[in-house]
Design a protein. Structure first.
Length: 128
């Protein structure tokens, strides 16, 4: 399961994986909402190393295109992950103050989703 494999990265404590739509593409792109282990932070080296770890344990189509770094994963009263709000927010930086990351086509490292990158994704500047 992708969620378990994402947690193989040493700084990731928990992961919730879901699909998000990218304009002008078929299907959905994988996105993971992650929480970090206590005291951990993601630096530039981590953003590259995560890709290497994911490539070793996941097929290319299962590697999350987007990551959302959360303080804690929201659950229901029965401890199921709440994915609806995450799917609604998608990878739009204007809908959350949480850190959003993207693995752009051909890139070897995740980068932050800022307004410019978001707009470029929306206008089909990148082919996923």
């Amino acid at each position: 399961e992708v969620e378990n494999m994402v947690c193989e990265y040493e700084k990731i404590a928990e992961a919730v994986v879901y699909g998000v739509e990218i304009p002008n593409t078929n299907g959905r792109a994988g996105m993971a909402a992650i929480t970090l282990v206590d005291g951990a932070a993601l630096n530039d080296a981590d953003l590259s190393e995560m890709v290497n770890v994911f490539k070793k344990c996941l097929p290319s189509y299962a590697i999350p295109v987007f990551l959302r770094v959360q303080e804690k994963v929201e659950t229901t009263g029965t401890f199921k992950y709440q994915k609806n709000k995450l799917k609604e927010d998608s990878f739009d930086p204007s809908k959350t103050s949480e850190r959003l990351l993207v693995l752009l086509p051909g890139a070897s490292s995740y980068c932050d989703v800022n307004t410019e990158i978001f707009d470029n994704i929306q206008s089909y500047q990148y082919r996923f």
